[in-house]
Design a protein around this ligand. Structure first.
Ligand SMILES: [Mg+2]
Length: 183
């Protein structure tokens, strides 16, 4: 329509004095309490490591699969106690990044779940809108973005061996958690 001006969208880019000048914080990053100073960080997966997704696994197996419903139900997961304990053991001087292949549309449920369960984290990274890449590729790009921000990734905790192999290729020591979802 002539003369129709689209609504102005302003994206606030988190500023930090020590971040690299060219680095723009991706829109699929959520800070718990605002941007943190680049430092050492540990990367935790969510499903199968901190979040017990076993009650919804049936939705992605068998003839009638629904990834949408599988992710929609994430707010009802129980906490995996061992994963939560491991999270608490992370040195105070390190940051905690939660990097999950869950789509960004379930960010509200995920943020609410983290709050309700009082889990420690600093940055949540979710698969961006329109990103249908395989989890391993998405996580590898996220590693590049975390490093570009200035994070020194000291450890990754994962239940998917394909992601684990990627972290190891990237030179990040990795801890395998057996969720039973993949093998
Ligand atoms: Mg997982």
């Amino acid at each position: 329509m002539n003369g129709c001006v689209p609504p102005l969208t302003i994206h606030l880019v988190a500023e930090h004095p020590r971040r690299r000048p060219a680095f723009r914080v991706p829109y699929n990053w959520w800070w718990r309490e605002g941007p943190v100073e680049p430092s050492k960080a540990v990367v935790f997966d969510l499903d199968g490591v901190l979040s017990d997704a076993s009650h919804r696994q049936y939705l992605i197996h068998g003839a009638r699969r629904s990834w949408n419903l599988f992710f929609d139900l994430c707010g009802g997961d129980a906490v995996i106690g061992e994963g939560a304990s491991l999270l608490e053991e992370v040195d105070e001087g390190q940051r905690v990044v939660l990097c999950t292949a869950r789509p960004a549309r379930v960010a509200p449920q995920t943020l609410d779940w983290l709050e309700r369960n009082n889990l420690r984290w600093d940055l949540l990274i979710m698969r961006d809108h329109g990103d249908y890449s395989i989890a391993r590729e998405y996580k590898q790009w996220s590693v590049e973005e975390m490093r570009a921000y200035g994070f020194e990734l000291t450890m990754a905790v994962e239940d998917d061996r394909r992601n684990l192999a990627m972290f190891e290729e990237e030179g990040i020591p990795s801890v395998y958690v057996h969720s039973g979802y993949f093998d």
